[in-house]
Design a protein around this ligand. Structure first.
Ligand SMILES: NC(=O)c1ccc[n+]([C@@H]2O[C@H](COP(=O)([O-])OP(=O)(O)OC[C@H]3O[C@@H](n4cnc5c(N)ncnc54)[C@H](O)[C@@H]3O)[C@@H](O)[C@H]2O)c1
Ligand SMILES: N[C@H](CO)Cc1c[nH]c[nH+]1
Ligand SMILES: [Zn+2]
Length: 430
């Protein structure tokens, strides 16, 4: 049952607990397990990948089968419907069009005083894309990872995803990968896949950046290997926070809460509303829709542990609470969403108005659906082309420009007690 809270202090406490669910004491056992998995893969490589795949995915593989073969890739096209192929292709086009608008461009500035300054963007050499596959299969996440990496022109892109029954990967995932131009795919998931990408094994190459969402094990592993490799963000169990006024439709709000809760028992689904009657209607609708839901057990668990409806006195308070939580997805189910957006400071993606369910963004609106969770939206953003790029600063001084700055640099070097710094300028300019 979706809990309803009326007091702001209680709401603040509960939102903090839910926000912290993937980084608090609650997840100590998972943290311990992930530490052991990452260390074992680092030391034992492929052998450990096979052991963990047998243990957690219940699939017995051999090293030669870790990489998806060309014939399996070809066959995937015969195993999906034309409708699904066209849906993947349309989503692909829309996601690519959006990401092409955001390509960081190198720039150089020639200043009057003979100084050249700039930034030069280059892609990473190797990227590793994680596509989840434990409790659901995610062809859409293939596109959200692969398209920005391709647009960034990363020379080598590899994808990992957990194997399903008989070690097979969902053909829709394989088709989505090929439509996005990815052919190097390994059937391994969880923390073991992240460790393999971070440290390399005989079969799986070490990469420079790992992207993609995943459950608690995947997210903790990404956090652990950060530094050895770059990561996009901590994109863990899904979240939605809906701010609704009396104009919202309770059935629509309820189904949007369930749409994120159905991802994972650790997913979070929160309603903040100015309309108490709506809160009770949504609560009733959630209970009704859970009956006969094909993913009832896990969805109900998410709603019971990390679901919440909060009744507030104003939209200002709703925005304040939402900013405290910094949700992955924020829906503004209010009469004037553009009026409210001014007050929103932290959210991975914002869905405005009554005709924009979050699922539009999950599949094909264009913006990336790989988004920071558990409050990480306070400092991180959606996966994008820039995630696969870094920039080098460019600096060129002429003799005259160096002479002009010589004494200032020497004073600063002296203040830091670093004489060779000062001398490197002095010796060129005396
Ligand atoms: N934030 C985002 O942008 C975003 C986007 C899409 C999906 N998601 C989230 O991705 C997640 C997908 O989760 P999933 O479970 O379906 O797939 P997943 O691929 O993330 O995880 C499956 C893997 O977890 C590992 N695992 C399972 N139980 C384990 C255990 N007891 N010990 C150690 N490892 C274990 C296994 O190796 C398995 O292969 C969901 O939480 C969903 O909400 C987030
Ligand atoms: N809602 C997820 C991000 O939290 C993305 C997704 C993919 N497929 C369906 N949903
Ligand atoms: Zn979703």
């Amino acid at each position: 049952m979706l809990r309803i809270i009326n007091r702001q202090l209680d709401a603040e406490r509960e939102l903090k607990r839910i926000g912290d669910r993937t980084f608090s004491g609650e997840i100590e056992p998972q943290e311990k397990a992930v530490k052991e998995i990452v260390t074992t893969v680092k030391n034992k490589g492929d052998e450990a990948l096979l052991d963990y795949t047998a243990k957690f995915d219940r699939q017995v593989l051999e090293v030669v089968n870790l990489r998806v073969s060309g014939s399996e890739l070809d066959a995937a096209y015969q195993q999906i419907s034309q409708d699904l192929l066209h849906a993947i292709q349309l989503a692909c086009q829309k996601i690519e069009a959006f990401h092409r608008q955001r390509v960081p461009r190198s720039w150089v500035q020639f200043n009057e005083d003979d100084i050249v300054l700039g930034k030069r963007y280059t892609p990473v050499d190797r990227a590793g894309l994680y596509v989840p596959g434990g409790r659901a299969s995610y062809p859409s996440t293939v596109l959200m990872n692969a398209i920005p990496a391709k647009v960034a022109k990363v020379p080598r892109i590899v994808m990992v995803t957990p194997p399903g029954e008989e070690g097979k990967i969902n053909p829709a995932v394989l088709v989505a990968a090929q439509e996005a131009g990815i052919e190097e795919i390994y059937r391994v998931g969880g923390a073991q896949a992240i460790a393999a990408l971070a440290y390399g094994t005989d079969t799986i190459p070490k990469v420079d950046v790992i992207t993609g969402p995943g459950n608690i094990y995947v997210t903790l592993a990404k956090k652990m290997v950060y530094g050895t490799v770059g990561i996009d963000s901590l994109a863990g169990p899904s979240e939605v926070l809906v701010i609704a006024d009396e104009t919202a439709n309770p059935t629509h709000v309820a189904v949007d809460l369930l749409a994120q809760a159905e991802h994972d028992p650790m997913a979070a689904a929160i309603l903040i509303t100015t309309d108490e009657k709506l809160a009770y209607q949504v609560q009733k609708e959630v209970t009704r829709m859970l009956e006969g839901h094909p993913r009832k057990t896990l969805t109900e668990k998410a709603i019971a542990n990390y679901g919440l409806a909060v009744v507030v006195e104003s939209l200002e308070v709703a925005a304040y609470l939402s900013n405290l939580f910094a949700p992955e997805h924020l829906e503004l189910e209010v009469s004037d969403p553009w009026g409210l957006i001014e007050k929103i400071r932290h959210a991975g993606a914002i869905f405005l108005g009554h005709s924009t369910p979050e699922a539009v963004g999950d599949y094909l609106a264009g913006p990336n659906h790989t988004l920071p969770t558990s409050g990480a939206a306070r400092y991180a953003s959606a996966l994008g082309v820039e995630t696969f790029m870094k920039h080098s600063s460019l600096i060129q001084y002429s003799d005259t420009a160096l002479k002009q700055m010589s004494s200032t640099i020497q004073i600063l070097a002296q203040a830091e007690g670093l004489p060779s710094h000062g001398d490197s300028v002095r010796l060129r300019t005396e």
